[in-house]
Ligand binder design. Structure first.
Ligand code: ACO
Length: 162
């Protein structure tokens, strides 16, 4: 099992994995327009942390780091249907936190969580209470109804992965 983060950087293998991830999002997030998913996954300002097994993507998280504001917005998060509830979602989020802190220099994540995914985000340390300074994120993330805004504070020292 491999955890790999990249953006649409023109590398063939990265493109193949991102398309695989886009297909998982399209299936697992049926309320999201497919064009919107493609646009964000392929947008060069977005990055995706992916779970890869035998060279195939089984899930991932697409996010946009706002380095100057020290936060990242999680756009999509999913694990393919037959691999859910095996702990991949938790390990994926831990790898994302480590990468976001050590490579992107982020202190927080924000996301609009689907109602049925709130439980997952709560288990990953997200809260419905937003403590991150509004001046840092207001105007950067777009309002989206049908979701609950949640925040995660990234621990500055904790080793999230082994
Ligand atoms: N509601 C409540 N708890 C959940 C949910 C859920 N929807 N999904 C997982 N959990 C729990 C698990 O029971 C587990 O609890 P435990 O640690 O006490 O055993 C814990 O969260 C972690 O479980 P994992 O096995 O690590 O999670 P998984 O690999 O299944 O990934 C995910 C979770 C990404 C939500 C997956 O189930 C999925 O793809 N769901 C469909 C798509 C989806 O809803 N994505 C999020 C939409 S919101 C957004 O993208 C911003």
């Amino acid at each position: 099992l491999q955890f790999f983060c990249c953006s649409n950087d023109g590398v063939n293998q990265h493109m193949i994995w991102l398309i695989g991830l886009k297909n998982i999002f399209a299936r697992q997030l049926p309320n999201m327009p497919k064009e919107y998913i493609v646009r964000l996954v392929m947008d060069r300002t977005h990055k995706s942390m992916m779970v890869i097994r035998n060279n195939h993507v089984v899930g991932g998280i697409t996010y946009r780091p706002y380095a100057s504001q020290t936060f990242g917005e999680i756009a999509f998060c999913a694990i393919t249907a037959d691999e859910q509830v095996k702990g991949y979602g938790t390990r994926l989020m831990n790898h994302l936190k480590q990468h976001a802190r050590d490579i992107d220099g982020l202190t927080h994540f924000l996301t609009y969580a689907d109602n049925n995914a709130v439980g997952y985000f709560l288990k990953q340390g997200f809260t419905k209470e937003i403590t991150f300074d509004k001046n840092r994120w207001q105007g950067y993330i777009k309002d989206y109804d049908g979701g609950i805004l949640m925040e995660c504070k990234i621990n500055p020292k904790l080793p999230y992965t082994d």
